[in-house]
Design a protein around this ligand. Structure first.
Ligand code: FAD
Ligand code: SF4
Length: 502
């Protein structure tokens, strides 16, 4: 399918001067003609290097070939075989570090825009038949849903990408899956963290509706470790439990002034805006206060999301304060470019050392020190070293700390036989098995903050392991082949008219 077209198709975007005044999606996506033109650039390499770069092993040349031939339904089917959240991944995966990095064309000219093509197909499918009511008839899909559902039940704790993926995979295998989510909306970081202008919440809702169309049940406002324990879930009849609670505990720098008025953790700041829609205040109950000059500490996706959110909330000047250089920034390249276009000011090799307040304890400024880069550290990135005497002050009214998050100990604390490492992350083997029988885990709570696709990859492996585990119970006679306890209890609750579960 080699073609004369060699340049990569640009993705149309809202102009920067327009988009900094709204929360609508920045990247507008390919139309059909652009998608087909881009797909025709694909060389259909027989050794498929791009597939090796994809953590969930999507057959990339195959779905691209279908786009080139304008069979978008077939392309969508190929995507769904390996990825239950393609509209999300097409938007937020760091493709430049994964499939596109491995693309043969990356060495010759520009790699195929695999992410844009994935997004195009997923959006085409969603637009064609939203809500997934009747979208995927078993006749059409390559992996048809089983005609009868297994009564065996699995509980999933957390509804981020890992939880949603394991739930989808297990539902396709015939399990009854119930997801327990602490917040009032499902989606994890996709809902409360990544802003609307990068990942519209309607897309996340559609992906979740697809899972619900596979009969996955989602119970929100349900904190496991508080309302119920893992052992309690087993008692209620679940045969296995998957823990996918993410790593959302904000980290602070431990410098003076972090408790001043006007200092947010990125987690709180983004949750107010994304989950609680504070940008619509006073039409919604949650307010957000933003100063004229905002400093965001950090250099990852979370820092860029916070900075770009701040500018949309009306801040006049927004600084990213990052202790290394642009090269070491972990944020997606596309978002770095978008942030620059939107006027975010980058202060590289800058380490904040003190936040300064006024007499009323409001943030007034931040004191920083300049850094230089030394030898690579354990992360492989060059270590930042302070330059003595290089201190300087930037006047600010708001500071957002986006230097990472850690494991929340609430759930592991309620299950003492669930082993965690020294940082509080749950210990698992290669298939996601924990130290506790029947309990599996994956996503950020296992390896620390990573990526959507990494969480999904772990979840897919764990789903197979959970299936094998429950089959082994079954062949040992430990699982009744009749209705499980969980299903039976739910039925009796429905009969007694109770609204909630078990
Ligand atoms: P989460 O998405 O964190 O989901 C965990 C869920 O578990 C949450 O809904 C939480 O409420 C729930 N939960 C927690 N405790 C309990 C409990 N005790 N009981 C019940 N429920 C519980 N990755 C990318 O690939 N690309 C990006 O562009 C990108 N941008 C990001 C931007 C931001 C602002 C953030 C914060 C992260 C970003 N990431 C990005 C990282 C990515 O979102 C995470 O790696 C991914 O979401 C991890 O998925 P998870 O399922 O492990 O956890
Ligand atoms: Fe197409 Fe690039 Fe994959 Fe080759 S490596 S098949 S050009 S996407």
């Amino acid at each position: 399918m080699s073609s004369r077209i060699t340049h990569r198709q640009e993705i149309p975007k809202q102009p920067p001067q327009e988009r900094i005044h709204n929360f609508k999606e920045v990247a507008l996506g390919y139309d059909e003609e652009r998608a087909v033109a881009e797909a025709k650039r694909c060389l259909q390499c027989p050794n498929k290097p791009c597939v090796r770069g994809c953590p969930v092993g999507i057959d990339i040349p195959a779905f691209i070939k279908e786009i080139a031939e304008r069979d978008f339904a077939a392309a969508a089917e190929i995507l769904r075989e390996k990825n239950s959240l393609p509209a999300v991944c097409g938007r937020v995966c760091p493709q430049e570090e994964q499939c596109e990095k491995s693309c043969t064309l990356a060495h010759k000219s520009q790699p195929i825009a695999i992410g844009c093509l994935e997004r195009f197909v997923a959006d085409w499918e969603l637009n064609k038949s939203p809500s997934h009511q009747v979208t995927r008839s078993p006749v059409k899909t390559r992996n048809p849903l089983p005609a009868t559902r297994s009564p065996l039940s699995v509980a999933v704790i957390g509804s981020g990408p890992a939880g949603l993926t394991v739930a989808g995979e297990l539902a396709k295998l015939g399990y009854s899956v119930v997801i327990f989510e602490a917040l009032h909306l499902p989606g994890g970081v996709l809902t409360y963290g990544i802003p609307e202008f990068r990942l519209p919440k309607e897309i996340v809702k559609e992906e979740i509706r697809y899972l619900q169309s596979l009969s996955v049940e989602i119970k929100t406002d349900y904190v496991i470790g508080k309302i119920e324990t893992i052992d309690g879930l087993f008692k209620r009849g679940f045969k296995a439990v998957y823990v996918a609670i993410g790593a959302g505990l904000p980290k602070f720098m431990g410098i003076d002034g972090e408790n001043l008025i006007g200092v947010y953790s990125a987690n709180e700041f983004l949750t107010r805006v994304n989950l609680m829609k504070a940008y619509l205040f006073p039409r919604v109950a949650t307010p957000i206060k933003i100063g004229r000059r905002v400093g965001v500490i950090g250099g990852g996706n979370v820092a860029l999301d916070s900075a770009r959110t701040a500018i949309r909330l009306g801040a006049e000047e927004v600084y990213i304060l990052y202790r290394r250089s642009a090269e070491e920034m972990p944020a997606r390249a596309e978002e770095f470019e978008n942030a620059r276009e939107e006027g975010i000011k980058f202060r590289f090799l800058t380490q904040p050392i003190r936040i300064i307040g006024d007499r009323k304890r409001n943030v007034r400024a931040i004191e920083c020190i300049r850094m230089k880069l030394g030898e690579p550290d354990t992360s492989g990135r060059r270590r930042p070293i302070p330059i003595v005497g290089s201190n300087f002050v930037i006047e600010l009214n708001t500071v957002i700390v986006a230097i990472g998050t850690g494991a929340n100990s609430l759930l592991p604390g309620s299950a003492p036989d669930l082993e965690v490492n020294e940082k509080g992350y749950i210990k698992v083997d290669a298939e996601g098995r924990t130290s506790k029988k029947g309990v599996f885990a994956g996503g950020d709570i296992v390896g620390g903050s990573a990526t959507v696709i990494a969480a999904m990859g772990m979840a897919k492996r764990a789903a197979l392991a959970i299936d094998r585990y429950i089959r082994s119970l079954r062949s040992a006679g430990a699982v009744r082949s009749e209705t499980s306890g969980a299903v039976r209890s739910e039925t009796s609750d429905k009969e007694s008219g109770k609204k909630n579960f078990i």
